[in-house]
Design a protein. Structure first.
Lengths: 389, 158
């Protein structure tokens, strides 16, 4: 049987275009130091460290070796995860599973992810190298292509207006105004979104995530110790990470995210959720493009197929709405890709603790964090609660 | 890349690779080059014809058993037109499509275009290249084919 585990500390650097004043391991050190201080722990309390990033964005192969010291992992159990956009949540899940297992005397684990998307001249050629070199890469396919395919198919199946899409970007960027760590702090409206340059149809520039530098750290511990460290630790009530194959052409209908729905049902079974809309008080999704929010809501059972398109426009997903989504500002405000999933996990933990500052949602009991990577392929979910399981 | 007096150190990665195709993809590309035809692989477990062709079906986790010719025409499952060019990638405007080919159970990624299509028009994905549009492959002349996915120039509306 696994043990109860709670998040007891969260640390994060600001997300910016490029942190020129801090080297890669210094960013990692900043986030880890922040999480330890938040938890009231020291490095000697750590039994294991999980580090996550994607090497090619940072241009340093096996960048984890450069990070071990800044991650607090010297003479400590250390592993790396690298699962594309899922990386941050994969690191959180790997840390949780170690603490929950109790193997090798591991009780307290740090997950830390650092990503410097802002250090490369151009991100899309790197994203293109993720794809099959035989069939897909010569076509110039990238992460944005798969999201645009979902958006186009959704729009022409269920109907989705330019204004409904733009409202998702506006909502996220307005949430980001209240997040001191967010990369973009610009107040935009629907007209601004639709007047920004068309990148790939149907996405305008403001509907796409920025290229951010940033580091995030989350420390968790097993059993009663969590209750001695915080009045309200953020207890892990369930997690899942599942893969689909890599072929976009194999997805039966790109208007609906079938593999994410499978992962969502698995999480609901583990946590005991009957109706996600009723159960969860907020969600931090992996939505680096506007329409992803709609696909996420429908695949994860918050809405029926074709139902969530106008939720941002109607205020449902606003911080004070019925189902707040990305109160942090989400990927559209900050996106250090390999760290984003851990930022999401940390944000949901702060919400459960009641420590999310100006972005706090009222009365939070249960939260959901999502990570996604690969060819809309790797789906990770983690649920937190203010109540010990 | 800095806007203040902090320093950065320039670095580049330029590494060349030769990726093995595997016999299945190699055969597929050879038929594209010599015959201008497309073939998928049949899975005996789920009875699907899979394209791109593969030697195993990941759903059934079993070997595929035979080649099945699929049409070089079908319908657009989804589309996006890139309006921004990226270094080292094909120039915009560029229409990328998933085509669900007649006779296959999965879709193929490729490009779409046409003599009467202006890809710089942002409404093309809602009109000439809308979801459900019937398209066919426009092949390169045989002497220009190299045995690659780009032996098809693009898919064009029928």
């Amino acid at each position: 049987m696994s043990r109860d585990v709670a998040i007891v500390g969260v640390g994060q650097t600001d997300c910016v275009g490029q942190h020129t004043d801090r080297s890669h391991p210094e960013l990692t050190y900043d986030a880890v130091s922040g999480a330890l201080a938040h938890a009231g722990l020291g490095r000697a309390d750590l039994d294991a460290v999980v580090f996550g990033t994607m090497d090619a964005f940072d241009g340093v192969n096996r960048v984890d070796r450069w990070q071990a010291g800044g991650a607090g992992a010297t003479d400590t159990c250390f592993m790396k995860t690298s699962t594309g956009g899922t990386t941050g949540l994969s690191a959180g899940i790997a840390a949780y599973q170690q603490a929950a297992s109790g193997l090798n005397g591991i009780d307290t684990v740090m997950a830390v992810c650092t990503q410097r998307v802002g250090e490369s001249e151009n991100t899309q050629p790197i994203l293109n190298t993720v794809y099959d070199p035989l069939f897909d890469r010569p076509l110039g396919v990238g992460a944005i292509t798969q999201a645009a395919f979902q958006a186009t198919r959704y729009e022409q199946t269920y109907g989705l207006t330019d204004e409904e899409r733009a409202a998702i970007a506006v909502k996220n960027r307005q949430h980001g105004l209240d997040n001191p760590h967010a990369h973009l702090h610009t107040d935009i409206d629907i007209e601004d979104v639709l007047a920004s340059p068309l990148v790939t149809t149907p996405f305008h520039l403001h509907e796409c995530a920025p290229s951010s530098d940033g580091s995030a750290a989350v420390v968790m511990t097993a059993g009663d110790r969590a209750e001695t460290l915080r009045e309200t630790p953020a207890w892990v009530t369930g997690e899942v990470e599942m893969a689909d194959n890599k072929y976009l052409g194999d997805r039966p209908d790109l208007a609906y995210w079938g593999s994410l729905a499978v992962a969502g049902r698995e999480l609901s079974r583990a946590v005991g959720v009957e109706d996600p809309f009723e159960f969860f008080d907020l969600a931090e999704f992996h939505s680096p493009f506007s329409t992803r929010e709609v696909l996420n809501l429908e695949a994860l059972g918050f809405a029926k197929k074709g139902e969530a398109g106008d939720w941002a426009l109607e205020g449902v997903t606003h911080r004070d709405g019925e189902m707040p989504v990305d109160p942090s500002g989400g990927n559209l405000s900050s996106h250090p890709i390999g760290a984003t999933g851990l930022i999401k996990l940390g944000e949901t933990a702060l919400q459960v603790m009641g420590e999310a500052g100006d972005r706090q949602v009222e009365g939070v009991e249960n939260t959901l964090a999502q990570g996604c990577g690969g060819n809309i392929q790797l789906n990770a979910l983690m649920a937190l609660s203010a109540t010990r399981p | 890349m800095t806007d203040d007096n902090t320093r950065t150190m320039e670095a580049t990665w330029h590494i060349e690779y030769e990726h093995a195709m595997g016999e299945t993809a190699q055969q597929f590309f050879e038929w594209m080059r010599t015959d201008g035809e497309l073939y998928g692989r049949h899975c005996p477990g789920c009875d699907r014809v899979l394209i791109p062709p593969r030697s195993f079906c990941d759903q059934c986790f079993t070997d595929t058993d035979e080649w099945m010719q699929v049409a070089d025409r079908g319908e657009i499952h989804s589309v996006t037109v890139q309006h921004y060019s990226y270094e080292g990638l094909p120039d915009a405007p560029l229409a990328i499509v998933r085509v669900d080919l007649d006779g296959a159970d999965t879709g193929l990624m490729h490009w779409a275009d046409g003599d009467d299509i202006d890809l710089s028009d942002p409404d093309v994905p809602r009109n000439e290249l809308a979801v459900g549009t019937r398209v066919r492959a426009r092949w390169k002349p045989p002497e220009q084919r190299t045995g690659a996915i780009t032996d098809i120039e693009y898919f064009e509306p029928v």
